[in-house]
Design a protein around this ligand. Structure first.
Ligand code: FAD
Length: 491
């Protein structure tokens, strides 16, 4: 069968892919984007909320896959949230046009300048903080909640309680910006528009309010007329041809996950933006099946961005706890990064369960002192992660320190209700690294040993960035694309 010819293919429609698409389309290139997940906007199927999980809740699973409280059974469907299970860690990822932006909490955090410098010593920090980070925030439509609304809104009791308790325990808190439109949320609260964040919508998609990539970068790229997105197209493997072009073996699936048509695509330029785990799988699988050249540093310097979940029970049990009604969009965090003994940042996370459970949930971000490694098992055809308790030891110590200090100042217990022993070291929302910028790639994301293959996603960041990562993924992708286009890599 003749391959489908196209000059540039981008695999994956998350942050890295969306930036690449926009900048190439603006430069007048025709771009084809292949995404394994569904185009939800086009499908017309609404996203479901946390309390009534439906079609969008999970990628081809029979039961919901939230980090806890999975009592709901499902009919398998190409839903928005997927979980990749490894021996000592579970990694959640987004599926669908917009990638992780469809399921994430929208927290849009710029890393601390000193930490960014430590992680990327080779980059011009000043240029990033004056140019690429502001550009990323502008394109992503980052905004901040109005303090008066936060003070008055019953849906943010969990944040107010969390901040009061943190201050009492001697911690510093910060306001966290987001891509959710807070002006929309104010209207939701007044019942002037349909509710989304105030109707427990988030990890299975937001029907309103959230400026996910389909409303920002991807929309702008589509508006140029140069971008075509094919959803439900899963790239199984890549082949390097003698003329340095690429052939892609692709499965066009239906919403039950069955393959409807096998397709072959051929392109001159290929951009891998399948997310950290997706990109690593494609590279390693293609190496195994088709001898795609990859060098030794691919798979190294992987990390969970220090993700560690923990929680507390008996939080103000006599005065309404953390609140029956909770917005799904976090706006507060504890910033303990400058404490040399216990450096961490933690999100004061919502737990919108439709009842008062007097429980506080925290998603911590720590340094990753010991990195992991990713490899591929040809027999099981799965990625293997070299990652165990030794990698999360310091994160556990930080969590223990934080919970003890909070309980001592405020009362409460470690949350056995949410996690075994009160700790969730296995919960990872931020897989990063494995194809590190300047190690596995050149200075701008071109994979070593290749002329026409570029990596643009979370795998470029060496396992840690100290805050929620998508603003950094976008800034790095903007930097790479600017330089790659300037160097005529796509002509
Ligand atoms: P992704 O956004 O993961 O996109 C990759 C895309 O490639 C996906 O759409 C995938 O379906 C597609 N793909 C993969 N393999 C293939 C293949 N073989 N063929 C075709 N398509 C493929 N970060 C923040 O900064 N703030 C937050 O508040 C936040 N909250 C989060 C909450 C949750 C529940 C989760 C899961 C993540 C959260 N994150 C958050 C993390 C953030 O979403 C990710 O870091 C980000 O999406 C990664 O971007 P990316 O460009 O690397 O790839």
């Amino acid at each position: 069968k003749d391959p489908i010819e196209t000059p540039v293919i981008i695999i994956g429609s998350g942050y890295g892919g969306a930036v690449a698409a926009l900048r190439l389309c603006e430069a007048g290139k025709k771009v084809l984007m292949l995404e394994m997940g569904l185009n939800w906007e086009k499908s017309g199927i609404p996203y479901s909320n946390l309390l009534k999980p439906g079609k969008s809740a999970a990628w081809l699973k029979k039961k919901t896959i939230a980090p806890f409280m999975n009592i709901f059974s499902l009919t398998p469907f190409t839903g928005t949230l997927d979980r990749l299970d490894f021996e000592n860690i579970n990694i959640w990822v987004g599926r669908g046009v917009g990638g992780g932006s469809i399921v994430n909490g929208g927290m849009a955090v710029t890393p601390k300048e000193s930490y960014f410098k430590e992680v990327f010593p080779q980059l011009d920090t000043e240029k990033f903080y004056q140019s690429y980070f502001p550009l990323a925030r502008k394109e992503l439509k980052v905004n901040t909640i109005d303090e008066q609304f936060l003070k008055d809104c019953p849906y943010y009791k969990f944040t107010r309680v969390g901040e009061e308790e943190a201050h009492k325990a001697g911690f510093k808190t910060i306001r966290v910006p987001n891509v959710y439109d807070f002006k929309y949320m104010e209207k939701e609260f007044k019942n002037e528009v349909p509710r989304s964040a105030l109707n427990t919508e988030v990890i299975y998609g937001n029907n309103y309010g959230k400026n996910s990539l389909d409303k920002t970068y991807l929309k702008k790229a589509l508006d140029t007329g140069n971008l075509e997105i094919l959803d439900l197209h899963y790239v199984d493997s890549i082949q390097l041809n003698p003329d340095k072009s690429y052939t892609l073996n692709v499965q066009n699936i239906n919403t039950s996950g069955n393959v409807e048509v096998e397709k072959v695509f051929h392109c001159q330029k290929l951009i891998l933006s399948a997310g950290t785990m997706g990109t690593l799988k494609l590279l390693m699988r293609s190496n195994e099946l088709n001898q795609l050249p990859i060098e030794k540093s691919v798979g190294k310097n992987w990390g969970n961005n220090g993700n560690f979940m923990t929680g507390r029970n008996w939080v103000r049990p006599l005065s309404g706890g953390t609140g029956v009604q909770q917005s799904t969009i976090p706006v507060g965090g504890v910033d303990n990064w400058d404490d040399k003994d216990h450096p961490f940042f933690t999100e004061i996370a919502p737990l919108p369960m439709g009842m008062d459970v007097a429980t506080a949930l925290y998603l911590m971000i720590n340094r990753v002192d010991k990195k992991g490694k990713v490899s591929y098992n040809g027999k099981t055809q799965q990625l293997v992660l070299d990652w165990d308790v030794s990698n999360t030891q310091k994160m556990r110590e930080n969590a223990d320190y934080f919970i003890k200090k909070m309980n001592k100042a405020n009362g409460g217990t470690r949350s056995h209700f949410l996690f075994k022993n009160g700790f969730g070291p296995n919960v990872c929302y931020h897989p990063l690294g494995g194809c590190v910028l300047g190690e596995a790639t050149n200075a701008y994301g071109k994979l070593n040993g290749h002329e026409n293959l570029f990596i643009l996603d979370g795998s470029l960041i060496p396992g840690t960035i100290g805050v929620n990562p998508f603003v950094t993924i976008v800034a790095i992708a903007e930097y790479c694309m600017e330089n790659l286009i300037q160097q005529d890599e796509f002509t």
